[in-house]
Design a protein around this ligand. Sequence first.
Ligand SMILES: *[C@@H]1O[C@H](CO)[C@@H](O)[C@H](O)[C@H]1NC(C)=O
Ligand SMILES: *[C@@H]1O[C@H](CO)[C@@H](O)[C@H](O)[C@H]1NC(C)=O
Ligand SMILES: *[C@@H]1O[C@H](CO)[C@@H](O)[C@H](O)[C@H]1NC(C)=O
Ligand SMILES: *[C@@H]1O[C@H](CO)[C@@H](O)[C@H](O)[C@H]1NC(C)=O
Length: 491
Amino acid sequence: MTTLCVTLQIFLVLLVSVTVATDVTTKDEDQVNTIDSKFLASIYNGIGPVLNPPLAENTIELELPIPEQIHIAYGDVASEMIVMWSTPIPASSQVLYGLAPNNFSLSVSGDSVDFFDGNPDGLHYLHRVKLSNLIAGQNYSYKVRSDNELSDGYIFTAMKDGQDWSPVLLVYGDMGRIGGAPSLKLLRKEAASGLVDAVLHVGDFAYDLHTDGGKIGDDFMNRIQSIATRIPYMTAVGNHEIEFNFSHYRYRFSMPNSPWPMPLDNMWYSFNMAKVHFISYSTEVYFTDDNLIDVQYQWLLNDLQEANQPENRLKRPWIIVYGHRPMYCSNADSDDCTTLDSKVRNGLEELFFTQGVDLIIEAHEHSYERLYPVYEGKVLGKDYTNPKAPIHIISGAAGCNEFDGVCVNAMLGPRGDWSAFRAWLPGLYGFGKLHIVNETHIFWKQVLALNGQTIDSVWIEQHNHGPFNIADFDFEIENNDEEEDAWWLSD
Ligand SMILES: *[C@@H]1O[C@H](CO)[C@@H](O)[C@H](O)[C@H]1NC(C)=O
Ligand SMILES: *[C@@H]1O[C@H](CO)[C@@H](O)[C@H](O)[C@H]1NC(C)=O
Ligand SMILES: *[C@@H]1O[C@H](CO)[C@@H](O)[C@H](O)[C@H]1NC(C)=O
Ligand SMILES: *[C@@H]1O[C@H](CO)[C@@H](O)[C@H](O)[C@H]1NC(C)=O
């Protein structure tokens, strides 16, 4: 069996190399293949992460408030960090911290809530503590404490000062407790390297946070703990969080400039990081509560107008937004992004275009797709130098839980001209790395979780940041009359 696994591994590595090598030469081609999913599952079982780990027997001493599921996120301003964790019984919420290494001379207390709605069997007590007045760019040691129970020591780096630094972010959506195992391995390594600054998890956690009465959510949060204790774990809400009025999302995470637990009408936020204004939005308002569509829209409009104030856009020329469901995709399913009448696209595309959003990061489809600059289905140039419309990237391949964990949404749907690159290798999970190099350059790449190999990369170069010009779009229409209805159907 071992020999067989080794043989299979070698075969797979060859297969991957061939696919990737092919891809370099035919950049715009599909990566289509027919690897059997059971076959791939067997390989994954052979190389480490177990695909179907049983839930750990409860080794937690339920009578003691032992902290677990520890994670951090940026606060309202750069000098804050939010620390959260869970305990099985009510207890105090305290963080001990100090300038690294091994310095816990300061302490600050916070709040806890009894999180019961949709969480009958998970740990009920969620704790949240805000650290303030952190010194920019410094490493801090910290431990969390509930009553007399103290966690291990961890380290985070307070956000660096000002605009003149180059953050690197890990980016993905759709990561399951089981299916995410192969990605987790490399993500943990990345986080531990000290070379990445934050995570953007663009919706769909654990599959699902509420499953088994909340126990799946607890297990998932423990699995990401080594990542999320080191770098801020920034989130967007996905469709898998919908149950119990999104309660698991709203309680388990705390995001900037939103109260905690996040209210249903405030599951969106923005924050500044170096030369970027980041915005997380909810695509779920378009599928749940119509009243919230306008609430979010008005918030987004105000936030984007503020970001576009000349002095602000000058300081932070990049506007990058992330929300779960894509506006376009070439997957062969009946999701919103495959229709001519996408609710998310109808709701937000014009706003993002007129406000000059540079990059729209999406997930939901369990695959990877990079788009050319596009607006209303029209491609506004097939390169990434001074793009004339937002660029969409769909990175939802971190490993969902379907099909025994070998999960993929096939990309056999009609492929619009806007689709520059797509990959849906079954079982070969991956995530993105976003490097904000400077005011004119961003480098994006998608890597395979299996071996870190880059399957796609692109430099985005923008020298004219700001609202996009509708005149560019009109010009494009006049020149493409005959294609007006054909864009969706072309393959
Ligand atoms: C420990 O951290 C505190 C707070 O950040 C700092 O004031 C103090 O100088 C540090 N002590 C040592 C020995 O580094
Ligand atoms: C923080 O720690 C990392 C190693 O993880 C080190 O490279 C870096 O220089 C430290 N930063 C400061 C400001 O000491
Ligand atoms: C969700 O919230 C609405 C409005 O607050 C409430 O009427 C409804 O009962 C809630 N549903 C669940 C499943 O908690
Ligand atoms: C921005 O980064 C690019 C790519 O490394 C480089 O070519 C360019 O000179 C940089 N621009 C500035 C102003 O530093």
